[in-house]
Design a binder for this molecule. Structure first.
Ligand code: HEC
Ligand code: HEC
Length: 364
């Protein structure tokens, strides 16, 4: 009989163990609702439509995830640097440095670029056009040794382990399991956030052009010089390369920053380094001048500290090279006219944009 009791007791112990198996975490996210809300970007009436890639439609949840990733140092090797380290709202999404500083103080080769209206770019991103889409662009900082100096598999591992991100990826992209988190979804979300970084339409420039405000005499003189609208003042040629409404032609030019004897003599090849075409060497993107007052220092290497220095450069006609643009020639502007140009381009300042809560750091 002793045996029988022991047998029953053993059986009970085994059954008790079988009865309630410990929950297995299979990474399923199906308990979390996937209910994406389509997002309509606020675009000023004078602007073109923005082209949104078919495989990355805008949703509130995608933007929320992208905004968080943009401000999260989790992407960098030492967890110290985020996209926002070099793209801060107060600098119209630049860092106000001559060249940007990445992980371990690594100094980049060029000056950071404003992300205002970056979603309208159709002809290449970066000073040299080295990425075509925002999705492709966002892949690069992670592995760039002067930026995040990390590897995507490591970033994806951290995102999968995080308490918050699996839920956010589920809500944004409907993934059913943590294992589906990958860099493609991460860069799609970041690109969605960047596409909402659009002018408010409330800068003085926009208000005056819409008939809602008036320029001062000085600003009006600057406008005439910029757009060549008045034959009584010289033509400063600016609008050919910095054109309405974004105030960028979305093209590459050599605006005479450096003297070069031959096409090989440019220190930074710029566009030519991407296309491999000799005549593109020394050409750079003509960036938008919207919010330019907030994004000093200027040019791809941050060589000019003030807008006055920039316009004095144009007034001088620039330095000689074989492909310097013919529009870059001595302008013979008076000091008063130079100041008027500075005053005019300063009317493009959009404080509503840089103070907009939708673009601010979600961790604060
Ligand atoms: C260490 C500083 C740094 C970090 C970090 C950084 N950037 Fe940049 N960013 C730059 C610099 C510098 C440029 C210009 C580089 C060039 O043209 O070679 C740039 C250019 C860009 C551009 C091109 C803008 C245009 O008008 O063509 C985009 C978009 C951009 N960055 C987005 C991002 C995103 C998204 C992240 C995070 C995933 C990021 N950046 C992280 C410094 C940084
Ligand atoms: C031939 C085309 C061209 C003309 C004309 C031109 N620009 Fe530019 N502009 C550029 C290019 C290209 C750059 C960027 C060059 C670089 O960084 O290497 C630039 C850069 C700038 C910058 C600095 C932008 C930044 O984000 O750092 C300012 C400000 C500027 N231009 C203002 C003007 C004004 C004002 C005029 C008229 C007096 C003018 N430009 C005429 C092509 C042009």
């Amino acid at each position: 009989m002793g045996f029988r009791y022991i047998y029953i007791i053993l059986l009970c112990i085994i059954c008790a163990a079988c009865e309630d198996p410990p929950p297995v975490d299979d990474g399923s996210l199906l308990d979390i609702a996937y209910d994406p809300i389509p997002y309509e970007i606020d675009i000023p009436p004078s602007f073109p439509q923005m082209v949104i890639p078919e495989d990355n439609p805008m949703t509130q949840q995608g933007i929320d995830l992208g905004r968080r990733l943009f401000y999260d140092p989790i992407l960098s090797r030492d967890s110290m640097v985020s996209c926002s380290t070099c793209h801060l709202p107060s600098g119209s999404f630049t860092d106000n440095l001559e060249s940007s500083i990445g992980v371990n103080g690594a100094l980049g080769e060029r000056s950071s670029m404003s992300l205002l209206n970056v979603g309208f770019t159709r002809n290449g991103l970066f000073w040299d056009g080295n990425a075509m889409t925002l999705e492709d662009q966002a892949l690069l900082p992670v592995t760039n040794e002067n930026e995040f100096d990390n590897e995507w598999p490591e970033v994806v591992k951290r995102l999968k382990r995080s308490v918050e991100y699996p839920r956010l990826f589920r809500e944004a992209f409907g993934i059913s399991n943590v294992s589906e988190i990958n860099e493609d979804y991460a860069v799609k979300a970041i690109a969605q956030f960047e596409r909402i970084l659009v002018s408010s339409g409330k800068s003085k420039y926009d208000r005056v052009e819409a008939g809602l405000d008036a320029y001062t005499d000085q600003e009006l003189l600057g406008r005439d010089l910029f757009f060549d609208d008045n034959t009584e003042v010289p033509d400063a040629e600016c609008n050919h390369c910095h054109s309405v409404p974004i105030i960028s032609a979305d093209q590459y030019f050599n605006n005479g920053l450096d003297a070069a004897m031959g096409f090989d003599d440019f220190e930074d090849l710029g566009r030519g380094g991407v296309t491999g075409i000799f005549a593109d060497n020394g050409k750079f993107k003509a960036p938008s001048l919207r919010n330019i007052l907030f994004s000093a220092p200027y040019m791809h290497d941050g060589r000019f500290k003030t807008l006055k220095e920039v316009i004095e450069h144009y007034n001088s006609g620039g330095k000689e090279s074989m492909n310097k643009d013919p529009l870059i020639r001595p302008l013979n502007l008076t000091n008063e006219q130079i100041d008027a140009l500075v005053a005019f381009i300063s009317t493009m300042s959009d404080t509503d944009f840089i103070e907009d809560e939708r673009y601010s750091d979600p961790f604060q």
